[in-house]
Design a protein around this ligand. Sequence first.
Ligand SMILES: Nc1ncnc2c1ncn2[C@@H]1O[C@H](COP(=O)(O)OP(=O)(O)OP(=O)(O)O)[C@@H](O)[C@H]1O
Length: 252
Amino acid sequence: MTAPDTILQAQGLTKEFLGFLAVKDVNLSVKRGSIHALIGPNGAGKTTVFNLLTKFLTPSSGTIRFDGVDVTREQPAAVARRGLVRSFQISATFPHLTVLENIRVALQRRAGLATQFWRSDKVLRQLDARARELIADFKLDIYTDTPAVDLSYGRKRALEIATTLALDPTMLLLDEPMAGMGHEDIDRVVELIRKAAVGRTILMVEHNLSVVSNLCDTITVLQRGEIIAEGDYATVSENPRVREAYMGMEEA
Ligand SMILES: Nc1ncnc2c1ncn2[C@@H]1O[C@H](COP(=O)(O)OP(=O)(O)OP(=O)(O)O)[C@@H](O)[C@H]1O
């Protein structure tokens, strides 16, 4: 039975690749409205769990329930329609479209208008208003008419998150949102994620422990495919198994 405040629950999740157990009997509950991180040293199985949860991989055994529904056998697009959306899954940005055009395309997809450009001016004007709101939320105003390809790396990630939010997901899964970013961009994206989390649940795989400590309510630590600790940052960072797993890796 799933507790009502649990939005995503994996039970006994296992993934075997040709005899190698990359994920072993993982039981994970994500609380509705929380920002939850999945961390662990290289090769711990984070990406595999992430791909299992978003249905990009089929589990060897175990179940996944989202919002009270068993989605273990569903296709990625079907779970995305239920509101469990992986950043960059549906919303990859188009490099030669401007910021406004990229967000408009995502909003049109959500509204089911992607192939109906003949829709009334009124509907398109409403989409434009929402697009400009998202652009302002993400502080991309001065880049409204800039092609995505000309944005800095951090702003490109901001645009990608904005296009994902245009789909208005209930739960957002982010795979290493800070990868390859400098300090200034990291601070900006942390704020964006905090904003994106209002009224939503977020699960992220992230290597940057200072980001995790500052942003996440719950942290699940994986090592060799198994959960070795879970709790808030203070709790997991004091756990001897976690300290051992991360020994000498704090700055990684
Ligand atoms: N398609 C695959 N076939 C075989 N082995 C795989 C496959 N995908 C992942 N693995 C193995 O499963 C283990 C877990 O990999 P995974 O990428 O999930 O770890 P990770 O925690 O995301 O690591 P990183 O932090 O380095 O990205 C690794 O040993 C990896 O080599």
